[in-house]
Write a protein that binds this ligand. Structure first.
Ligand code: CU
Length: 143
């Protein structure tokens, strides 16, 4: 005689905490809608605790933070060439991201974390290649 006992228990706990963190994808491209050697999108607004995944859609790129273009206390990050890294941004503020080999060609993006509308003056104060600065300015205006 066989006896089968099936028990199914579902426990649903409703949490009133903050929204679940999201993951956003950014492509690293040789050619995008807005030019060559480019992050797409090149401007992103996310919430603190969200993650950005950098996709090696085209080869030969990396994603790393730009020195001096982060809120104080935030941790820098650096992906290897062709590495798809996931970066979580716990600190609110503005972040500059670069592809090291194509920095001078303007392969940069801006990530705004939180609600602050305008980047601090210091964000673009550092030494930047002309094309990188232009792309940053473009990105900031699109946030
Ligand atoms: Cu690149």
């Amino acid at each position: 005689m066989f006896r089968t006992l099936m028990t199914s228990t579902a426990i649903v706990i409703a949490l009133g905490g903050p929204a679940v963190a999201e993951t956003f994808e950014v492509k690293m491209l040789n050619k995008g809608e807005n030019g060559r050697m480019i992050f797409e999108p090149s401007a992103l607004r996310i919430a603190a605790g969200d993650t950005v995944k950098f996709l090696a859609t085209d080869l030969g790129h990396n994603a790393e933070s730009v020195k001096g273009m982060m809120p104080e206390g935030a941790e820098s990050f650096k992906g290897k060439i062709n590495e798809e890294i996931e970066v979580t941004f716990p600190e609110a503020g503005f972040y500059g991201v670069q592809c090291k080999p194509h920095f001078a060609m303007g392969m940069v993006m801006a990530v705004a974390v939180g609600d602050e509308a305008i980047a601090p003056d210091s964000f673009l104060e550092g030494r930047l290649p002309k094309k990188a600065k232009e792309r940053f300015e473009e990105a900031l205006s699109g946030l």
